[in-house]
Ligand binder design. Structure first.
Ligand code: HEM
Length: 347
């Protein structure tokens, strides 16, 4: 039998764009790691309980695990190769802060009540393991537009091939895993709306009404699209899959874009962020930042679905030294110092 494919092992990273999302980044109380891991193991069943009643609403939930929490909760498992805390950036004018985040839940559905109910159940499951949470309610705004009025998401890699290659770890013990970066941006709509439509189009790099990319000789080098179109050494475009949504509280004046970007290697998203905040070349920063301020920044590992329910099945197998890898952990007590990774069949 052939090995399972990344798309058979992943969480619902590739769920189609939904009408509503709840994005929660949260921290877990010191000492409550076991309770949080137990709550994560309940996630698939909770999702089934809430989603089964309304299948056409396409409820899905992706759980991500932050770097510090990984070490606290899964010390017996090998560290995912690219897991590290979000790297803060300090540009000449704008900065991208790194903020706390042990876990991320990206809950999507066509209707808000399902998202709400799943998050309510999740919070009950976490109980007092939960220390603090930043919960953002995102909504689809007219024809896929952000609050700046531009269609957001057009150039995402397409299913069913490009999105898989872009987002999912292709092989190794964590086949089907992904990495996700989230940032909460607040917009200064007063300043933005003071620009003419033509000037706004030069900030984004696309036309506003029709969503057509500006020609290269018109598109400024500090436009959002120019700075986020990146290539590797052999000219292949480096991509991420985004599922940003607008959010906001009109009365409080706190509204903006919740950025979420999935990639098989977070270095792709990080290169885009360096271009945006530090500039490419340095100093030529993304003009969108003059109207959008990043208030949070977190990076998470999105394990294969099976790891949430059965973390033990991913542990090193001490009876099989022949396939020991240099990524195997060497715990202080030496108990699992040798062995390969073994997991039970796919989900
Ligand atoms: C204030 C937050 C943001 C807003 C409002 C925003 C909005 C947009 C819009 C309107 C487009 C053009 C249409 C499209 O292809 O989706 C776009 C493209 C894009 N954005 Fe953003 N974005 C934001 C943050 C980010 C961040 C933080 C990243 C990466 C770290 C990013 C990466 C990209 C990429 C890769 C493209 C497609 C470029 C191309 O190939 O044409 N965006 N964004």
């Amino acid at each position: 039998m052939s090995d399972p494919r990344p798309q058979d092992l992943c969480q619902s990273v590739l769920a189609p764009p939904a009408r509503v999302s709840i994005f929660i980044t949260l921290t877990i109380r010191e000492g409550a790691e076991g309770a949080a891991v137990a709550a994560l193991a309940q996630l698939p069943a909770l999702k089934r309980s809430v989603g089964f009643r309304e299948p056409e609403q396409q409820l899905s939930c992706v759980a991500g695990i932050g770097s510090r929490f990984w070490d606290r909760a899964y010390p017996h498992l090998p560290r995912p190769a690219h897991l590290h805390p979000f790297i803060p950036l300090e540009g000449s004018k704008h900065s991208a802060p790194s903020t706390p985040g042990d876990l991320l839940f990206h809950v999507r559905a066509m209707r808000f009540d399902l998202c709400f109910e799943l998050v309510r159940q999740l919070r009950l499951a976490l109980g007092d393991a939960l220390e603090s949470a930043d919960e953002v309610h995102g909504f689809r705004y007219f024809d896929e537009r952000d609050l700046l009025g531009f269609v957001d998401g057009t150039e995402n890699p397409e299913p069913p091939v490009d999105d898989v290659v872009t987002t999912l770890v292709p092989d190794g013990p964590y086949t089907g895993a992904s990495y996700v970066i989230v940032q909460k941006y607040l917009h200064d709509l007063t300043a933005w709306n003071a620009l003419s439509v033509e000037d706004q189009e030069r900030v984004i790099g696309r036309t506003k009404l029709d969503d057509i990319e500006l020609p290269d000789d018109v598109k400024p080098s500090n436009s959002h699209v120019a700075l986020n179109t990146i290539e590797d050494a052999d000219g292949t475009q480096r991509q991420i899959v985004r599922d940003n949504l607008p959010f906001g509280n009109v009365g409080e004046g706190e509204f903006g874009t919740y950025f979420i970007g999935y990639a098989a290697d977070p270095d792709v998203t990080e290169e885009m962020l360096r271009h945006m905040f530090l500039g490419n070349p340095p100093g030529n920063y993304d003009r969108i930042l003059d109207f959008s301020t990043a208030h949070t920044g977190c990076l998470f590992f999105v394990p294969p679905a099976d790891l949430l329910e059965n973390p033990q099945s991913f542990a090193a197998a001490p009876d099989d030294p022949s396939t020991a890898s240099d990524t195997d952990p060497t715990p202080a007590d030496g108990s699992l110092g040798i062995g390969s990774l073994r997991r039970s069949g796919s989900k």
